[in-house]
Design a protein around this ligand. Sequence first.
Ligand SMILES: [Zn+2]
Length: 168
Amino acid sequence: MSTTRKSPPRSRSKATEPPFRVRRSKIHGRGVFATQPIRGGRRIVEYIGERVSHPEADRRYEDKAADDAHTFLFIVDAKTVVDAGVGGNAARYINHSCAPNCEAVITGGRIWIKSLRNIEPGEELHYNYRIGRCKDDPPDADEIYGCRCGAPRCRGTMLVGRRRRQPR
Ligand SMILES: [Zn+2]
């Protein structure tokens, strides 16, 4: 056996560190904020967590769903939901906005948070959750999924489509 040089220490340049950190947000709870300039069109972070079936996701949160909009479920497709409540990373703290600077892109069954435009350090990252409506939503679903993103054209809800006017 020959003695070889040790490989050089792995560079910890800024480029390899995540360009964001988690801290308190005015929108809701914790949020994710840029710590470096982020160019538009960049994959910032993967939304990870345990991959479960829809029935399993429903089972996990059936008691909470009605009054707690803040689970960490992300629907990948008709078969799979990612539950970032189990093994999730910082991506689960990215808030919803009606005027987002990021989008969630699903490629090959994986979810990526991608910048829609250049983002300055200190800006909060957000994407449009586009939460679908269900027939069995409670009448106050828009309030449960209320949005306080502060955008001039904030829709006041994270749910897609028309607001329900009256309880059924
Ligand atoms: Zn909003």
